[in-house]
Each structure stands twice: as C-alpha cells, then as structure tokens.
Design a protein around this ligand. Structure first.
Ligand code: PEP
Ligand code: MN
Length: 255
C-alpha cells in the first residue's frame, strides 16, 4: 500500500509558542507538512489570521526542519510566503493551498503561476463549497492551464455545504461526495487528499468521518490539530489534540 500524505497542524497559526509546540509534535508524529495558516477566510468579520506578521514564524519553522503549509488568500500572499520560506533553507518544501471559499479562476491561475516557479512548492486545490462537478473540474483545468507541472498539484475533498433537504444523520459540517471525488481523482490523475476536519465539524465527527473516508482511495489527509483545542481562536470544536491525532493515524495506517 502506498504511504499516505499527512498534513496536520492548527486551523490558524496563533503565536510563536503554538508554532514551537506544533512543530515538535509534528516531528514526533512524522507528518509531511505542517498546517500553519496565516490568513483565515471568515464568514463574518472577526479574527482573520495573524497575516504577514507571521511569515518570520514560517521561516523559523522551515529552519527547524518542518515543511510548512499555508492558505494564501491572494497571489501576493503566496509570493511573499514562497520567497521567504524557500530562501530559508536549501531544500525545504512548501505547501500552498487554495481554500473552498476562494475558488475563482483568476486566483486559481495566478496561484498556480506562483507555485510553478519552484519545484519545491506543491499547490493543493480544495473543492468549492457548493456541490457541482463541473465547477470542480474547472478548478483543475484553470490550474493546469497556468502551466504548472502535474507533479506539483494535489487535490483535496472538504465536502460540500449541506442543503436543507439533504439527510445529515451525524450533523456533518460539510457533506462528502465520495463517488464524485473518486471520479475526479481518476480522471485528473492527481493525488486526492481528504479533509476530515472541515467535513466533520466536531471531534467525534472528525474521527467518524476519517474512518468512513478510509474505505476509499484517498492519497492522504489534512487534519486540524491544536496543542490546546479548547483555547483555539478558530474552529475550536473540530481540532484534535496531538494524542487524539496519533490514535486516528493508527486507523489510517492500518487500512
Ligand atoms: C482551511 O483548511 O483552513 C479552510 C478554511 O478550509 P476550507 O477552505 O475547506 O473551508
Ligand atoms: Mn479551520
């Protein structure tokens, strides 16, 4: 069985202390990329991430030997992060992802152009919020048309927003469509990761939905893990502790 790609870390990078604990735990847990996001898309105004001020913390994380992952909201963010993080080490890698709320063709193309500048960058595209196969295919088409190498692109399923008439037995925050996801994975030939955090929406559901998704051929998982989930500034309900995450990983690996 092929090794799964594992991305883990807090919903948002909140402080240097949180980053230092996170990277030590991430090293112990052998994760491939550490989520350390600086900009948070928000439904209503509130904490929007620590923003550019956090770039030196990503540089420090890279120097301490982990590969950071960030969701830039605009291509300018991506450029700034890429310049700083790639210059910090000779061979460190960087993950940039485009979030569900930010799926428009200009962002997709411009972000892909930034990522294409270095083979040390991987660009991951999440599906859009609403349930629509054509739109999801379009995300991939726009990204590939920007001229990025296929080896630098990953996809991620984070479920689709539930509609009022849909059955939602466990109260998932977003509802997965595994059949559509596996079809897109096959036709694109790109690795497909799964995000149990933004589908599940709370710890119990994150654990449940990871086991559910594990029945399908996902190439990896991106999971929100926080040193002190109850104190998290964003998405406190769905973040796992590192101990909970290591237990969950055993399920993933035993597949
Ligand atoms: C995230 O991964 O931080 C995020 C905001 O998720 P999504 O774009 O899937 O809502
Ligand atoms: Mn989150």
């Amino acid at each position: 069985m092929k090794k799964k790609i594992i991305i883990a870390g807090p919903c948002a990078l909140e402080s240097r202390e949180q980053m230092l604990i996170t990277i030590e735990e991430a090293k112990r847990t052998a994760v491939d990329y550490v989520r350390l996001s600086l900009w948070k898309p928000r439904t209503k105004p509130g904490f929007e991430g620590i923003g550019e001020e956090g770039i030196p913390l990503l540089v420090e994380a890279a120097k301490r030997g982990v590969h950071p992952g960030v969701e830039p909201l605009i291509p300018e963010h991506a450029k700034r992060v890429a310049d700083a993080v790639l210059n910090a080490t000779d061979d460190g890698k960087l993950l940039l992802w485009i979030g569900a709320r930010n799926q428009n063709h200009m962002i997709q193309r411009e972000m892909a152009k930034v990522a294409a500048q270095s083979s040390r960058i991987t660009l991951m595209a999440k599906n859009q919020i609403w349930h629509n196969e054509k739109h999801w295919e379009g995300i991939i088409d726009h990204i590939m048309e920007a001229g990025i190498d296929k080896s630098q692109v990953w996809l991620c399923h984070r479920g689709f927003a539930p509609t009022p008439s849909q059955t939602n037995l466990y109260g998932y925050r977003n509802i997965p469509d595994y059949e559509m996801t596996m079809k897109i994975r096959k036709q694109s030939g790109l690795p497909m990761l799964f995000d149990p955090s933004h589908t599940g929406g709370n710890v119990e559901n994150v654990i449940r939905i990871t086991k559910e998704a594990n029945q399908y051929d996902f190439d990896g998982y991106i999971v929100e893990v926080h040193p002190h989930p109850k104190q998290a500034v964003t998405d406190a309900e769905q973040q796992l502790t590192w101990t909970e995450f290591r237990t969950l990983l055993k399920d993933i690996k035993e597949r």
